[in-house]
Design a protein around this ligand. Structure first.
Ligand code: GLA
Length: 390
């Protein structure tokens, strides 16, 4: 099945790590609905690593840990489905998961059949211990891609190889619907900046059918949970979320939904940002300022060289002819840059003018003489949707 837009939902890892159980997962499903997040499109509830027993059963099947999941996984799936949501689980292409539980390497078909029998809708597939398989990553992901495509159930295949082993070159062959184009996120602005800088070198690999995945969201974690690293300011979380949307990443919330603060909820439900993320044309962003001003590439072209003044100014043409414009100031200085209508494709004789609307404040700003000057304090962003007006 072709996925037209990136998936949205919630995943247990960022907050709960190994401390998961049925209660945590069912309450997350409840919160997605009660908070209004589900109505905005957040539909997948995904159990990450650490859900199984350390051993398979006598038939070679994965077994949910009965202390954590006393009613089994079909029960969890039924509960989630009754809420109108979808159910995701986790495994690994190697013999073990990253946390050391049984992986699906050499058990791809039996595991795909097990996930299908539990009515799983989404499988996150990690890459730890893949070297023990002595096979290329492309083959390991094709194995599970084929197993899922033949398991009798429509299961979204979420590949998680962190952009390693040049996976941008081969992941789209494997049947993956989304692929992790970057490393693991942590709850700190330095991590957000690092992932953005990685993603910018890989943005041309993004597209319908197999979306780049910048990893789960940290909005609302506020320095607590499994990937805590000091937390971010509200402005830094806003930059993080806005960039993920601008680049059309899957939006998998990672915070504890029972503690979600108002500011985080407002951010995660921002209709303009979600609309940019889910835009049906799914065109790539492009730089509005010269590339050399925004980034440097090392000789192999795929690793970003840290650039202290980095503040990418980007645009993305949306399905309805409007244009998303974003300045993301990753640097420690205030930055002013100018968006030029000519670079977006507005010809000098165009009878219309671009008018930009701020996605956070709603403020309307017309381009003056074909230009819009944008200023951002350190670690903040401004994002607009600009429309051609008479
Ligand atoms: C890897 C993945 C994370 C998470 C952990 C679980 O690090 O990239 O997203 O799934 O494994 O162990």
């Amino acid at each position: 099945m072709v996925r037209k837009t990136p998936p949205m939902g919630w995943n247990s890892w960022n907050t709960f790590g190994s401390q998961i159980n049925e209660e945590v997962i069912l309450r997350a499903a409840d919160s997605l609905v009660a908070s209004g997040l589900a109505a905005c499109g957040y539909e997948y509830v995904v159990i990450d690593d650490c859900w199984s027993l350390p051993q398979r059963d006598a038939q070679g099947r994965l077994v949910p840990d009965p202390e954590k999941f006393p009613h089994g996984m079909k029960y969890v799936a039924d509960y989630i489905h009754q809420k109108g949501l979808k159910f995701g689980m986790y495994s690994d292409a190697g013999p073990k998961t990253c946390a050391g539980y049984p992986g699906s390497g050499n058990h791809e078909h039996i595991d795909a059949a097990t996930f299908a029998s539990w009515d799983v809708d989404y499988l996150k597939y990690d890459y730890c211990y893949h070297e023990e398989m002595n096979l290329p990553g492309a083959v390991l992901y094709k194995r599970m891609g084929l197993a899922l495509a033949n398991c009798g159930r429509d299961i979204l295949f979420s590949a998680c190889s962190w952009g390693a082993d040049d996976s941008y070159q081969w992941m789209k062959e494997t049947g993956a619907h989304i692929w992790r184009s970057t490393g693991d996120i942590q709850d700190a602005f330095s991590s957000v900046r690092n992932l953005i800088q990685q993603e910018i070198t890989r943005m041309e690999y993004n597209g319908q059918g197999c979306f780049n995945d910048l990893d789960m969201l940290i909005v609302g974690m506020n320095g607590e949970g499994n990937v805590a690293m000091g937390g971010c300011t509200p402005e830094e979380y806003a930059l993080h979320f806005a960039f993920w949307c601008f680049f059309g990443s899957p939006l998998m919330i990672g915070s504890d939904l029972s503690k979600l603060d108002e500011t985080s909820l407002r951010l995660l439900t921002n209709p303009d940002l979600i609309r940019i993320d889910q835009d049906s044309a799914y065109r790539q962003p492009f730089f509005l300022a010269p590339l050399e001003k925004n980034m440097e590439r090392t000789t192999d072209q795929h690793y970003y060289k840290d650039y202290p003044g980095h503040a990418p100014l980007l645009a993305r043409i949306l399905d309805d002819g409007s244009v998303a414009i974003g300045l993301f100031n990753l640097s420690e200085q205030t930055v002013t840059d100018v968006a030029d209508a000519g670079t977006i494709g507005v010809a000098p004789d165009c009878p219309k003018t671009l008018v930009a609307q701020d996605v956070f404040s709603g403020e309307q700003l017309p381009f003056v003489d074909g230009k819009l000057s944008i200023t951002c304090a350190p670690h903040t962003c401004r994002v607009f949707i600009a429309r051609l007006c008479d």
